[in-house]
Write a protein that binds this ligand. Structure first.
Ligand SMILES: Nc1nc2c(c(=O)[nH]1)N[C@H]1C(S)=C(S)[C@@H](COP(=O)(O)O)O[C@H]1N2
Ligand SMILES: [Mo]
Length: 256
């Protein structure tokens, strides 16, 4: 990508006002600066110079809803690790608790009623799977920022890891994903419990799935059981920050 190889020239070519404007929102916390120092930060910086990562993804109207929204990857969680999932499903998730832990001041255990009592956001967006299909759906859920504010991130937290109930592949590896704090606090990043005006169906990740609208489909973790705030994801599963990043060589940063 010319932007990366020719980054110095590019920066020289940009007006200083534009760089300053970018820096304001960019430097909202030291944690974000840590990301900039990493190798992944290079790609992120390059994209940042062209697009504003805080910008909203396009939103659509009810008339645009896809008549059929394909379910992809795991359609349920029924492996050994997800044994509890079937029990919870049978009970319409009355016993479900979202665990929030790691580098937080106040670890949380939230029921669906707790989540539904919190402020919500509804958005109609287009889901883009890396395999080449897209679908427009309506999502309602709790902004991740609200949950993180409630838990109180510690200064050392750089990423939020989504731990899921399902496993994939012959090796039965747990599905998981991670995002940085720019995406975590993006206004359209929500933990959705409703889809198209109804309770999130099992195949789409009931009872709770992530919507991270500025990223490709595989980042949108379904069957979310636990949020973990971490400094680094090096020590988690395969160390690359997500299931497909570990086994499929997909990029950790899948910005769109
Ligand atoms: N837990 C979990 N989350 C997941 C997956 C999965 O297999 N397990 N597949 C991902 C992929 S590749 C896509 S495209 C979307 C599909 O979401 P959908 O089933 O609602 O279409 O979920 C993502 N999140
Ligand atoms: Mo996907």
């Amino acid at each position: 990508m010319a932007i990366i190889t020719n980054r110095r020239k590019l920066i020289a070519g940009l007006g200083s006002s534009m760089l300053l404007a970018g820096c304001d929102s960019w430097s909202r916390s030291d944690r974000v600066k840590n990301v900039l120092a990493s190798a992944e930060g290079l790609t992120m910086r390059a994209q940042r110079l062209i697009t504003d990562r805080n910008a909203l993804a396009r939103e659509f109207t009810l008339a645009d809803l896809s008549p059929r929204f394909r379910a992809n990857g795991s359609r349920t969680a029924e492996t050994a690790q997800g044994a509890d999932y079937q029990t919870m499903l049978a009970n319409n998730f009355a016993d479900y608790r979202l665990q929030v832990d790691g580098l937080v001041r106040r670890p949380l255990s939230l029921s669906l009623a707790d989540l539904r009592a919190m402020p919500s956001r509804t958005q109609i967006t287009r889901h883009d799977c890396v395999e080449g299909w897209s679908a427009i759906g309506q999502w309602t859920g709790t902004p991740l920022s609200r949950i993180l504010d409630l838990a109180g991130l510690r200064d050392s937290a750089n990423y939020i890891v989504f731990h899921c109930a399902d496993t994939l592949g012959r090796a039965n590896r747990p599905y998981y994903e991670s995002i940085d704090l720019i995406d975590a606090f993006h206004p359209q990043t929500i933990l959705a419990y409703d889809m198209n005006g109804e309770q999130l169906p099992e195949r789409h990740g009931a009872p709770l799935r992530a919507r991270i609208e500025r990223q490709l489909g595989y980042k949108h973790a379904k069957f979310v059981m636990r949020l973990e705030a971490v400094e680094s994801f090096d020590a988690i599963h395969g160390g690359k920050g997500g299931y497909w990043e570990d086994v499929g060589n997909y990029a950790w940063y899948a910005g769109i």
